[in-house]
Design a protein around this ligand. Structure first.
Ligand code: SAH
Ligand code: SF4
Ligand code: F3S
Length: 450
């Protein structure tokens, strides 16, 4: 075999689930060419860092990591270092030319080109491709599941984003929104099921705007979700992320119609103030958001609702901040990801608004938001106590091989003492207590319910 094709690739991934899913596409493109992957950095001939630009601290972390890899390369001449993902286009000049840290830079739509870029490096040049595409969805590529538990897998159903939330870098790093061929998504779900997987998460920046047109047929996200759910009642379906502006009743009705579509919706709020939501270009108001939450509660009893919050966006006043806190309480979120605003280049906010909330105010507001959410999450776990839920077993608990971990339909992690059940099976568990991130329970009876 071609010497260079025997090389081992180590991929380190930052950012969102989409990026993790992309790393699996990268692994697939390259293993098809005879490269192999390794989880051990010291065995690697090629290191890829799949990067995230969402907040400044995400980029700083990657830059530090690249310095470390660079030092590593000095001791291992011949090692190839490549930067992939959302930082690629923005930072290629400085990282490639000024700091000379990299051999390869490839953007999110250029992964099919990696074999060629690697060959360029072998011949003594640098390999760069950060072109964004209008069509690329990697529909025909069967991802190589990296670090998989063999039970749950990600499936990308669309790429890019055109919502242009004013704070957000994603439309500039990932380009135009495009939906992936529905047939290929359903095939991938079926293949995974046949391989023993029991849960798929359909991924996109705003899955509600998924649309696939075939002849006279228009398949919406609700339609796609139903088709994937029909693969098997034993296959759980999750999805992320839903934009509050277009989570329709039709979608909620579809979830209600299939017990295997999970009762967990991630619905990023960002702010509870309509004035700030307008400035963020989110296209919904506080009242619209409340109305959608009421619809979820009406149609999907017991559904978990989780969210994302940003504190200290441009011009946010104490009054706006209090509106965020009061709406968080009103919704009673089960869980939240909370951030302080970080100005990003090439966004509407960076171009037209002043990042005028002082750092210490952003931080104090973030603290208040986190404290409130801790209280709400505690209450959410308390409500689960004494309830019996169906858990899909994912494997051993991190703490002890005597315990299994899995998740219930509502996306909560459940840990319980092992029985003779196995990974990938469903089992009934009664919740007896909890820690901040985990529900603890006991198997109700050995009978598997599905
Ligand atoms: N597509 C998803 C979000 C993707 S980014 C959606 O629309 O909800 C994940 C989260 O990062 C966002 O929901 C937001 O809360 C946060 N985020 C994005 N840009 C940010 C910024 N500039 N500063 C702080 N947080 C940000
Ligand atoms: Fe960013 Fe908004 Fe697109 Fe989400 S919907 S990725 S926050 S622009
Ligand atoms: Fe980060 Fe890109 Fe995802 S900026 S959050 S890796 S889409």
């Amino acid at each position: 075999m071609d010497q260079k094709k025997n090389k081992k690739i180590y991929i380190e991934t930052y950012g969102c689930q989409m990026n993790f899913s992309d790393s699996e596409i990268v692994a697939s493109v390259l293993t098809d060419q005879g490269y192999t992957t390794t989880g051990e950095i010291h065995h690697a001939d090629i290191i890829f860092v799949n990067t995230c630009s969402i907040r400044d601290n995400a980029e700083q972390r990657v830059k530090k990591r690249l310095q470390y890899f660079h030092a590593f390369k000095k001791k291992n001449p011949g090692l190839i270092i490549g930067l992939l993902g959302c930082m690629a286009d923005r930072l290629k000049t400085v990282l490639l030319e000024e700091e000379q840290l990299l051999d390869i830079v490839a953007g999110p739509d250029a992964y099919r080109d990696l074999p060629r870029l690697l060959e360029q490096v072998e011949s003594g040049q640098r390999g760069v491709n950060t072109l964004l595409s209008m069509e690329e969805t990697y529909a025909d590529i069967m991802p190589v599941r990296l670090g998989s538990n063999g039970v749950s897998a990600f499936i990308s159903i669309m790429r890019g984003c055109e919502n242009y939330c004013s704070y957000c870098v994603v439309p500039s790093t990932r380009g135009k929104e495009r939906s992936r061929d529905a047939g290929s998504i359903i095939r991938e779900s079926r293949d995974l099921y046949e391989q023993g997987y029991r849960e798929v998460t359909l991924l996109g920046q705003n899955v509600n705007s998924y649309q696939w047109i075939e002849g006279d047929n228009v398949l919406s996200f609700a339609g796609l979700l139903g088709r994937v759910a029909e693969v098997s009642p034993m296959l759980r379906i999750r999805f992320a992320t839903s934009h509050p502006k277009d989570i329709s009743d039709k979608l909620l009705d579809t979830i209600a119609a299939f017990p295997n579509i999970c009762r967990a919706i991630h619905l990023p709020l960002q702010s509870g103030s309509t004035r700030i939501l307008d400035r963020m270009n989110r296209n919904y108001s506080r009242e619209n958001y409340m109305e959608r939450v009421e619809a979820i509660r009406r149609i999907l009893t017991g559904c978990t609702i989780t969210t994302d919050i940003i504190t200290g966006f441009c011009d946010e006043t104490e009054e706006d901040h209090r509106e965020t806190l009061s709406l968080m309480e009103w919704v009673n979120f089960d869980y939240a990801f909370m951030f302080k605003y970080s100005e990003r280049p090439m966004t509407l906010a960076a171009d037209t608004m002043e990042d005028n909330v002082p750092e210490e105010v952003k931080e104090r507001r973030l603290r208040e938001v986190i404290d409130l959410q801790q209280k709400l999450s505690y209450q959410s776990n308390q409500r689960d106590c004494n309830q019996v839920c169906e858990v899909l077993i994912e494997g051993d608990s991190k703490r002890s091989a005597d315990y299994f971990m899995g998740r219930n339909s509502r996306n909560k992690v459940v840990v319980f003492q092992k029985t003779n059940a196995a990974s990938g099976e469903y089992i009934n568990v009664r919740i007896t207590s909890f820690t901040s991130a985990t529900l603890l329970g006991e198997v109700v009876h050995e009978l598997k319910i599905r």
